[in-house]
Ligand binder design. Structure first.
Ligand code: BJW
Length: 244
């Protein structure tokens, strides 16, 4: 394990266009449930009844209730060693691009000031009337209104199945992935596209892929450096190696 993390530190320190992408697994050690797997959210809740635009159109109250429930959990959680290690890696390697599929704000809370949130942010809401985005840490069932136009047609600013990813950041993400000579995937099952396709794309263009996940995932290949442990352990060791 240590040898593999050492190898990752060597590849990372030489990479010209390194990218790290995180998924729900990095926040599992903070106490935030992942989506898939035995204790995942989708075991008890239906993705199609909660995380699609159709579900929201049909029953916005139920969808808001589910997001408020999750916001409450997240507000009681703190970043863990994995989040802080990524913040440190970005300090050592300023050209490192960091992408997250997570909506939980924990990278920001760990002091990371620039990264791409490809599936949005659970603490933002978007007005369906005027399109403005505002911070929303409210977790009560009280009906929400847009701070700009006062419309009550507001939704969580997250990306649901079948929706396009944020147009303001996707070109930057796709450019970073298309140039990447090193791609480190952390804590994702690699089952949701387009994120799930990034590792394959980097391999196809000759880049090295490394995967941090206690489980072997759909996106991994035998050519990858597979680090089969938790992100807290793997990333803090990696950050220490990069520092020293
Ligand atoms: C640990 C650990 C520890 C545990 N340390 N690890 C191509 C092929 C097939 C289908 C498609 C395709 N392209 C698009 C699609 C459709 C669809 C899709 O991918 N479907 C699949 C299910 C097949 N994709 C979309 O619809 C996307 N939109 C799109 O492509 O639009 C195109 C378009 C263009 C133009 C016009 C219109 C449309 C949107 C996807 C949105 C995903 N949204 C969600 C919800 C976000 C909001 C919310 O939070 O409620 O995003 S779904 C959910 O899954 C969430 C996550 O970000 C995402 C990925 O989950 P993740 O992070 O991988 O978590 P898990 O739980 O799956 O895995 C956790 C992992 O951690 C596990 O492997 C554990 O082992 C590991 N782990 N502890 C390290 N301590």
């Amino acid at each position: 394990m240590q040898d593999k993390i050492k190898l990752v530190s060597e590849v990372l320190s030489q990479a010209r266009f390194p990218v790290i992408m995180t998924g729900a697994g990095i926040s599992a050690e903070s106490g935030i449930p992942t989506f898939r797997g035995k204790d995942g959210l989708w075991k008890n809740y239906s993705a199609m009844e909660l995380a699609t635009p159709e579900a929201f159109n049909k029953n916005p109250e139920m969808v808001w209730e589910w997001y408020n429930y999750r916001k409450n959990i997240i507000l009681n959680c703190k970043p863990n060693a994995g989040h802080y290690a990524i913040t440190n890696l970005k300090k050592f390697i300023p050209h490192l691009v960091i992408i997250t599929q997570n909506v939980d704000n924990l990278h920001r809370k760990a002091g990371l000031d620039f990264f791409y949130e490809m599936h949005g942010n659970i603490f933002e809401m978007r007005c369906l009337q005027c399109n403005s985005i505002s911070i929303n840490e409210e977790t009560s069932k009280e009906s929400l209104t847009c701070s700009k136009c006062h419309s009550k047609r507001v939704r969580p600013n997250v990306v649901w199945f079948s929706e396009p990813l944020p147009a303001s950041i996707m070109p930057h993400i796709l450019t970073a992935v298309s140039k990447a000579d090193f791609f480190l995937s952390v804590g994702t099952s690699g089952s949701v596209y387009p994120a799930a396709g990034f590792a394959m794309q980097v391999r196809a263009q000759g880049g090295q892929v490394a995967i941090v996940n206690p489980e072997i995932t759909e996106e991994s290949s035998s050519r990858d450096i597979r680090i089969e442990t938790t992100s807290g352990k793997a990333l803090s060791t990696l950050a220490q190696l990069m520092e020293g």
